[in-house]
Write a protein of this length. Structure first.
Length: 279
């Protein structure tokens, strides 16, 4: 103990003829050693588990639009029955580390340096409105026509900023300032307002494909939208990746189709419709 105290340059014990007690520095050093030993044991246990089939509870945070992923997640559950999924769907910002999540599905690049990120898929955006709205307000033929329309905007839950409509197609020389009739942090809320004929919105194609096929919504200005966005999975960095998390990320990266591909998007839409019919 004396050699350890000399090496550390602090006194770890209070000594007298009857008792030996820890100093404040000694208690701090003891707790630090316990933490280090616990981490070592945890890593050893993960290596042992890695040799067996992935199992245990996996907590995942998803935005509400993450429901389109359910067919892929259902296939994952079939392949890995020993993994218990705990899915939290919400449009409120989720703190991955503090919230105790193993992973989070997001559409924005994480700014938190404590997180790792991997791109899973891409999806297209479309501008949509209801037939009744266009019958009343007219159908925009060019982006500049949107200045005369009721525009419903999606607000980022992470930053609170309204997301820009990527009107960068032909004949668009500069960014157009769009009217703001309403904003919402949930894509589902925007789609509901559009279906009620309250205006037009720029939303992911997969979120309205069924309405477009049924004719309850109509897309406009497709030639002026030439952009896609990414779906990402994030997870805490600096940790040994558990087998259950590794297979989850790899499975989604392999099975989630690129929603920018029309044929793949159509197949995904059919799977969502079938899932909702069963539900």
């Amino acid at each position: 103990m004396a050699r350890l105290e000399e090496r550390l340059g602090v006194r770890l014990f209070n000594r007298n003829t009857r008792t030996i007690t820890l100093t404040q520095e000694g208690r701090l050093f003891l707790e630090s050693c316990r933490t280090i030993i616990s981490e070592i044991k945890s890593v050893e246990q993960e290596f042992v588990r890695a040799k067996a089939a992935p199992n245990g509870k996996l907590r995942v945070s998803l935005p509400s639009i993450g429901t389109f992923m359910m067919p892929a997640i259902g296939r994952f559950m079939h392949r890995y029955p020993e993994i218990e999924l705990d899915l939290d769907l919400s449009d409120d910002p989720r703190e991955v580390v503090a919230g105790g999540y193993d992973a989070a599905i997001q559409t924005e690049v994480p700014a938190d340096s404590r997180l790792m990120s991997r791109r899973l898929a891409t999806y297209r955006l479309v501008i949509v409105g209801s037939p009744s709205y266009f019958a009343r307000a007219g159908t925009p033929k060019a982006p500049t026509d949107l200045a005369m329309h009721s525009c419903l905007h999606h607000k980022s839950t992470a930053t609170g900023k309204v997301r820009r409509w990527p009107l960068d197609g032909p004949a668009t020389e500069h960014e157009i300032i769009l009217p703001t009739t309403a904003t919402a942090s949930a894509i589902g809320a925007l789609i509901s307002l559009v279906e009620l004929g309250r205006g037009v919105a720029c939303v992911p194609l997969f979120s309205v494909r069924r309405q477009l096929e049924q004719g309850s919504l109509v897309s406009v200005l497709d030639d002026y939208l030439d952009a896609s966005e990414a779906i990402r999975v994030t997870w805490p960095s600096g940790r040994f990746m558990s087998p259950k998390l590794r297979v989850f990320i790899d499975f989604l990266a392999e099975t989630l189709p690129s929603l920018a591909d029309t044929s793949e998007s159509e197949r995904l839409s059919e799977a969502v419709v079938q899932l909702e019919a069963v539900a």
